[in-house]
Ligand binder design. Structure first.
Ligand SMILES: [Mg+2]
Length: 178
């Protein structure tokens, strides 16, 4: 049986945070720099009213359609899929507008992942997988396999998980001996 690796979508495959940072820098009144937003969560740097505005932007139709792909993710996932069973699991229920956009995005950028391996869910504790790579600790806590934390500004202080900073790290972790 092949080892199963499940990948989160936002901030693992899709640079959702990068798109949000661009929006904040271009459209919000902020004195913070791009670097500040790489080091700290929006919650730490934005006023509650700005946070609310940012959250409403996430709910707008079209937001998830043109998110940039995380660097090197396509190449590494393609190689991983030769040796592992690859699934993508996204907590899309939070943003019902996003279903079609996320599906189309995955089909565009990761056409080699079959639709049978795409999971749109509310709570990731339902997943059955050997590994889950995710940027949110809340998804790793309830996960029954091995959780791997993908670094993001909102999780830099977490210490309880194996951490990867980029797709080069994931390649080192899973493909080194192949
Ligand atoms: Mg995520």
């Amino acid at each position: 049986m092949m080892v199963r690796i499940t990948l989160d979508m936002d901030d693992v495959l899709a640079d959702t945070n990068g798109k949000l940072i661009d929006i904040v820098l271009n459209e919000f009144n902020t004195l913070h720099s791009r670097e500040d937003f790489y080091q700290h969560s929006f919650r730490e740097l934005l006023h509650p009213k700005q946070l609310k505005k940012l959250y409403s932007i996430l709910h707008q139709p079209g937001f998830f359609r043109d998110i940039p792909v995380v660097e090197n993710s396509v190449e590494v996932v393609r190689e991983l899929s030769q040796y592992y069973e690859i699934y993508v699991a996204t907590a899309a229920m939070e943003f019902p507008n996003s279903f079609r956009e996320k599906f189309d995005w995955l089909h565009t950028h990761f056409p080699f992942i079959p639709w049978t391996n795409l999971v749109f869910c509310g709570n990731k504790s339902i997943l059955s997988s050997d590994f889950l790579i995710d940027d949110h600790v809340k998804n790793l806590i309830s996960f029954k396999g091995k959780g791997i934390l993908y670094s993001a500004p909102h999780n830099l202080k977490e210490t309880g998980y194996n951490r990867v900073a980029n797709w080069g790290d994931i390649s080192d972790l899973f493909l080194q001996k192949k």
